[in-house]
Write a protein that binds this ligand. Structure first.
Ligand code: ADP
Ligand code: MG
Length: 255
């Protein structure tokens, strides 16, 4: 066995072992632990780079008290990642700034740490890839490559309407991954609006059927975190001024 991480740490381990009067077995187990941890971290860094997250966000930095619309049970279940083993999908819906991308990335990071292959793409980049592959007659290969990651995150579906051809390309990918690998999608559009997004009600229904057959949908309601931050930094007035004729609202403020 070739040790990659142990040699640099060996002197320190032996010195510590001398001080604590450790027996051979304990020293060996300490050495193997160092080597294993080094390899694990290398694997995580490698898979993180492959995942192409635009930024790294974690579940721990998400302020749940600010977003009480997400049920704690749903959060626990998703964080356990068993949805990936079951090849189920997760869809985060909600207005801009409520933390959809943050939640999606943080589940992706957790999956990477757990050893899964993950790929993050904005929906626009994803469509760009498929369109290019179609033109270059490499669609089959690209669809196969996009089916390999156990978790594919497609961010911001629905910001721009799709052409019928684009919607069918997306449908083909869904069919490939169906019951084999998980998708996380984020969208600012409710499912009722998906007919409009996909430009074709029949295709939108087929897409939703595949997508939602095994899926958890998380509707995030409430205020934009970006606006809250800006308000706190004093760059904005506090919420809409309250007058007698204008009772306070809890609705999302548009950006
Ligand atoms: P969305 O994708 O819904 O538009 P984002 O996930 O991009 O929103 O969130 C906007 C910014 O606010 C990001 O920097 C994100 O990390 C942060 N953010 C959103 N919600 C929370 C939260 N509940 N706790 C901590 N940070 C949050
Ligand atoms: Mg987003």
């Amino acid at each position: 066995m070739h040790f990659e991480y142990l040699p640099d740490r060996l002197d320190g381990i032996l010195e510590e072992a001398g001080k604590r009067d450790l027996d051979d077995q304990s020293i060996l187990s300490e050495e193997l632990k160092i080597e294993w941890e080094g390899r694990y971290q290398k694997g995580v860094s490698f898979r993180l780079a492959l995942s192409r997250f635009p930024v790294v966000k974690t579940l721990e930095t998400f302020d749940l008290s600010f977003q009480p619309s997400i049920a704690p049970r749903t959060i626990r279940e998703l964080s356990g990642l068993s949805f990936i083993d079951r090849a189920e999908n997760v869809i985060f819906l909600g207005p801009s700034g409520v933390g959809k991308t943050h939640r999606a990335i943080s589940l992706g990071v957790k999956a990477v740490e757990a050893g899964y292959r993950v790929l993050f793409l904005s929906f626009e980049d994803f469509l760009g890839k498929l369109r290019k592959a179609h033109v270059e007659k490499k669609l089959e290969k690209t669809l196969t490559v996009l089916t390999l990651p156990k978790l594919l995150i497609l961010d911001e579906i629905g910001y721009l309407p799709l052409s019928r051809d684009e919607a069918s390309l997306f449908f083909r990918l869904l069919c490939r991954r169906y019951e084999k690998a998980s998708l996380i999608l984020t969208s600012n559009k409710s499912f009722l609006d998906w007919g409009e997004v996909f430009g074709d009600q029949t295709l939108a229904t087929a897409i939703l059927n595949r997508l939602l057959h095994y899926a958890t949908t998380v509707n995030i309601k409430g205020e934009s975190f970006r606006l809250k931050e800006r308000r706190r930094s004093g760059l904005m007035e506090s919420k809409t001024p309250v007058t007698k004729e204008d009772p306070p609202k809890d609705d999302e403020t548009s950006e």
